[in-house]
Design a protein around this ligand. Structure first.
Ligand code: B12
Ligand code: SF4
Length: 608
């Protein structure tokens, strides 16, 4: 605590302290140091009104030494938080008889939810006469143990706690445990269920779990689920304070569509969001982007859609962005897409091409014209056998799909040529290429990390993110691993794609983890960094914005990976709080520790 501040429920609130957000060229801004607690300055209850104070907390995760990961600045803002803020704002508008306050708290960058913070949130709620609700947001499997520990501490004080996100949506034993300790689960997207949940809370009738009931039926891998239609769903609500917690405070996120038609066996998107693509209304998306630029100073966007090329409205959205850029030329964005758009585009040939080629070419050219400076694609492996194992057939040339085992060497050569073509097509359009790559498939052997890095360098990828193949609950890989008894590490905290939790036919977990680190070391070499800095990332075709983006990411990725952090779970300047440490591994231990009693029907192990 800083000297001179008053003690009380708010005792760890520090005074605001800012560095000015001077905006540099091309939308990159200097970071801001803004040390204000997220719930600073909220008004107390008005005399004539019920007031709901909703804390949406994005839990961090435990590091290997038991500390909680936290950084002075984050790098990628969390989309779930601002999506939920949008739902809360919509609720407030629909129910004018109640005051609704929203607090977004990202543990990774806003500070840890220590026991002292838990107590202060409770005490301050009581002092202000408001009803506090805690929503644990966007909980992924690796964040579940931290989310659970934070949730139980709020439960200890009797506050209502709700948990949502992919882990809760995908893992029934987790939901059973949460039910046993009185934490409400939200299964799937909450765009329609959030209002029902708040209404139930106000009536004192919160249910044990909520799942989507209105919407459309969509296919998953094996069954059908109901998902909400999002055409007119509330859009994310940008929080200016939250933006200051990131190194680039002009960066935000938006999801313009949900779902993915593919069925990759390591991915849970199909089972939570379905295989039928649903898009937001393009006119509303463009209006949101205009407002983000004009009202919140947003210059860079991460469009988080799993596969923007499969968004049925990409053409309208991109055309809207082209239009937007006539008056806001420094609005730039990143997308995720599968490789087929560029693989089919054949831009280099310039012949009229098939309809499929024309479609791919239009996508690439329109994305570039609309300000796309980076595309993220899952290459995952140079080995066709691994792509088949994970059902990522669409990465292969059509003639190799399901057949590449017959002539393995030729199929490998064709795959590499296809990836190279994809990189060249995007570069030719001026867009930097970021690829995802997995280590630890059953076919990977000694030296696979270095080999992957060299292959990716050779085909000209600008940025690579490596992941250890992990069986997330709700995926076919999880089912397969559990059925075959291959899970050797049951601690969900380690399901973060930097730990090997599976038994491997050739290498032990430590060896796979070494291969993973080797991949980073051999891709992000000092030599590569020096070249990128010295030449301003000179890659033929790339625009200035793209070169600036690739160069700054080269610096960050080298820094983060040399510090041992996964770049997508890292930040800048690690901050440690020695008082907050991991104290429980399994659900049972956590319940005993935080609630002091053994709850009914607790699942014994953290992972099943
Ligand atoms: C963008 C993204 C990221 C971004 C930012 C995270 C974010 N949430 O913004 C970055 C790049 C940082 C990232 C990193 C990682 N990610 Co990611 N990411 C995504 C992605 C593509 C989109 C997330 C999103 O915004 N979706 C749209 C919003 C609206 O949906 P939502 O988050 O699910 O929230 C809705 C509901 O779940 C629900 N809900 C969620 N929380 C709550 C809470 C309450 C109280 C309520 C009422 C409702 C509710 O309501 C929301 C609105 O409908 C998802 C895939 C996907 N389709 O969602 C993967 C995904 C979430 N990521 C995944 C993984 C594995 C990771 C990494 C571990 C990978 C890695 N090694 O880097 C890291 C973890 C880093 C970290 N600390 O978060 C997995 C999670 C699987 C799992 N079971 O854990 C997913 C599902 C991708 C996949 N292919 O399987 N990711
Ligand atoms: S990994 Fe990507 S392409 Fe494959 S199913 Fe998941 S979101 Fe779709």
């Amino acid at each position: 605590m800083r000297r001179g501040l008053r003690r009380g429920p708010d005792s760890d609130i520090s005074p605001p302290m800012r560095w000015s957000p001077a905006r540099g060229a091309r939308g990159f801004a200097r970071p801001i140091l803004h040390e204000q607690r997220p719930d600073h300055g909220l008004p107390a209850r008005r005399r004539d009104r019920q007031t709901l104070r909703v804390y949406f907390i994005k839990p961090s995760r435990y590091d290997d030494d038991g500390s909680v990961l936290r950084f002075r600045w984050g790098v990628i803002p969390n989309n779930t938080l601002i999506a939920l803020a949008g739902l809360n704002e919509a609720y407030a508008q629909a129910r004018p008889e109640v005051d609704v306050q929203t607090v977004l708290w990202d543990e990774m960058v806003d500070g840890l939810i220590s026991p002292q913070v838990v107590r202060s949130i409770h005490a301050r709620g009581e002092a202000d006469g408001v009803e506090v609700i805690v929503g644990l947001a966007g909980v992924q499997t690796n964040q579940y143990p931290r989310a659970r520990d934070v949730g139980l501490q709020f439960k200890q004080l009797g506050l209502p706690v709700v948990m949502g996100g992919f882990h809760v949506s995908s893992h029934e034993p987790t939901r059973e445990f949460l039910r046993s300790v009185g934490i409400v689960s939200v299964i799937g997207e909450a765009d329609d269920t959030w209002a029902a949940l708040l209404d139930d809370h106000r009536r004192g009738a919160l249910q044990e779990s909520y799942r989507v009931t209105d919407g459309v039926r969509v296919k998953t891998g094996a069954a059908d689920i109901t998902v909400p239609l999002i055409q007119h769903a509330p859009l994310p609500a940008i929080d200016d304070r939250y933006a200051t917690r990131f190194f680039n405070p002009t960066f935000s996120t938006i999801d313009t569509s949900r779902g993915c038609p593919f069925t990759c066996s390591y991915c849970s998107v199909k089972n939570v969001m379905g295989r039928t693509m649903r898009s937001r209304d393009p006119i509303r998306v463009i209006a949101w982007m205009r407002d983000a630029y004009d009202q919140h100073g947003i210059r860079n966007l991460l469009v988080v859609d799993d596969d923007f090329f499969r968004n049925p409205e990409w053409d309208s959205i991109l055309r809207g962005m082209v239009q937007l850029r006539t008056t806001r030329p420094d609005l730039a964005f990143v997308i995720q897409t599968d490789i087929e758009a560029a693989a089919d585009a054949g831009l280099e040939a310039r012949e009229p091409g098939t309809r499929r080629q024309q479609h791919g070419r239009r996508f690439v050219e329109l994305a570039a014209a609309a300000g796309c400076f980076e595309v993220f694609m899952g290459f995952e492996s140079f080995n066709p056998a691994a792509l088949e194992y994970t059902q990522k057939f669409h990465n292969e040339e059509p003639q190799d799909r399901r057949k590449s085992a017959r002539e393995p060497d030729a199929a490998v050569a064709r795959l590499k040529a296809r990836y190279r073509r994809v990189v060249d097509v995007w570069h030719g359009a001026g867009v930097g290429v970021h690829c995802g790559y997995m280590i630890g498939f059953p076919f990977d052997g000694e030296g696979c990390g270095k080999e992957a890095a060299l292959n990716l360098t050779e085909i000209g990828v600008d940025i690579a993110t490596f992941f250890i193949h992990t069986p997330f609950p709700g995926t076919d890989d999880h089912e397969r691993a559990v059925a075959r008894g291959l899970v050797v590490n049951h601690d969900f905290n380690d399901f973060d794609s930097t730990h090997m939790v599976l038994q491997h036919p050739q290498l032990n977990p430590a060896e796979i983890e070494r291969e993973y680190l080797d991949a980073y070391r051999h891709f992000y070499t000092w030599r590569r960094l020096a070249w990128s800095l010295a030449t301003f990332h000179r890659v033929p075709g790339l625009t200035t914005t793209s070169r600036a983006g690739m160069m700054s990411q080269q610096v960050y990725f080298t820094y983060a990976t040399r510090r041992g952090w996964h770049p997508m779970m890292g930040g800048i300047w690690r901050v440690r709080d020695p008082q907050v440490r991991r104290r429980a591994v399994s659900d049972r231990e956590a319940a005993e520790l935080y609630l002091g009693a053994r709850p009914a029907s607790v699942t014994p192990a953290a992972a099943a």
